[in-house]
Design a binder for this molecule. Structure first.
Ligand code: SAM
Length: 335
């Protein structure tokens, strides 16, 4: 059963100062749908080149202080093979919108991973593309796509993005991805500049309409060299409240405790799981370039030092009452 509170109740829940009952309801639903399972995704940030100029993002094209890098196709595939040995069964390939990786290149990478490890899921997070490109990626074997809508409010969207981008196109991309058959992830930042409570309600209403399989949210964190470098960071508490609300409204969903959450609080990731999240994304990007994927300042990263089910991360998750599993971690069926 999905629960959809009205706008007034949503605003009360988003700003709740004593969230214990909200957390309890969310955790109960999460256990009903996913038990104590936590799915892990091996994150590979393969390029920090980006043609876009999103005002909040540290790797925006206009940030000339960023040292740019690209991983080679073979290196990306080798990282997934390594990750497979550690127990990862899903890989998330993320980058800025980098024209150097054309459709053929992306498809070669997908096919390379799927040929070596057909039981793995490949998730892409590479931005807005024509429908035809999405179709090629799907046919090559990618099955999931993360594309946060960022904000569902037209005026707010315009304040966060350059004129070359539009909310209409972002939404259309999400619909195209769904139509093609991808498991789709949308989401937004919490506390991005100019965001209001009404904007957050609009985000939840948009998600209700889209019914995504995955929902990624995290606090806005200012990034040096961007127009928003001096803006305040988003609230941990509000982000956790929103994770619980998402679990209650979309009990079936795959919801990550994001890197941004872990970056604003050392316990952020575990707090995220306790609030209703059921996915973690350890970073498999090589350490020498990981720090260059600087979408915001003081970015933390979860590292899985041993294997997925045996290491300090799995111990931490176990101590919080959950269990990392070796599994593709597909979404449970929902309408
Ligand atoms: N280029 C792809 C895209 O647009 O979907 C993927 C990479 S993009 C850097 C991934 C996500 O990082 C964005 O969807 C955005 O929500 C998040 N992000 C960017 N800058 C951020 C910031 N300053 N604070 C928190 N999250 C941020």
């Amino acid at each position: 059963m999905n629960i959809f509170p009205d706008d007034k109740e949503l605003k009360r829940l988003i700003t709740l100062e004593d969230p214990a009952p909200l957390r309890e309801t969310a955790d109960k639903l999460r256990r009903e749908w996913y038990g104590t399972d936590v799915y892990v995704r091996g994150l590979i940030e393969f390029s920090n080149h980006c043609k876009n100029n999103c005002r909040y993002c540290g790797i925006r094209a206009g940030n000339t202080s960023v040292q740019r890098y690209r991983l080679a196709e073979e290196e990306i595939i080798a990282l997934t093979s390594n990750g497979y040995g550690q127990g990862f069964r899903t890989f998330v390939l993320q980058s800025g919108e980098d024209p150097a990786f054309d459709d053929e290149s992306i498809c070669r990478i997908i096919r390379g991973i799927k040929t070596s490890h057909p039981d793995c899921a490949v998730t892409l997070s590479i931005g807005e593309k024509p429908e035809e490109s999405y179709r090629k990626y799907f046919e090559a074997g990618a099955s999931r796509y993360l594309l946060r809508h960022e904000t569902a409010d037209e005026a707010h969207y315009r304040r966060l993005h350059p004129e070359t981008m539009s909310l209409g196109n972002r939404k259309q991309c999400l619909r195209n991805l769904k139509k093609i058959g991808f498991q789709v992830g949308a989401g937004f930042m919490v506390g991005s500049p100019y965001q209001t409570l009404d904007n957050l309600v609009a985000d939840l209403r948009f998600l209700q309409e889209l019914q995504p399989d995955m929902i990624g949210i995290g606090p806005f964190i200012p990034a040096k060299g961007t127009p928003f470098e001096n803006e305040p960071q988003g609230s941990l508490q509000m982000t956790l409240n929103l994770i619980s609300i998402l679990r209650i409204m979309f009990p079936y969903a795959l919801i990550p405790a994001t890197t941004a959450l872990g970056s604003v609080d050392p316990d952020g990731m575990i707090l995220g799981l306790k609030a209703g999240a059921n996915v973690l994304m350890p970073n498999l990007t090589p350490p020498d370039v990981r720090k260059l994927y600087s979408i915001y300042d003081n970015k933390s990263s979860i590292k899985e030092e041993a294997t997925v089910t045996d290491g300090s991360l799995s111990e931490l998750v176990r101590s919080a009452g959950y269990r990392i599993v070796i599994d593709r971690g597909d979404v449970k069926s929902h309408s």
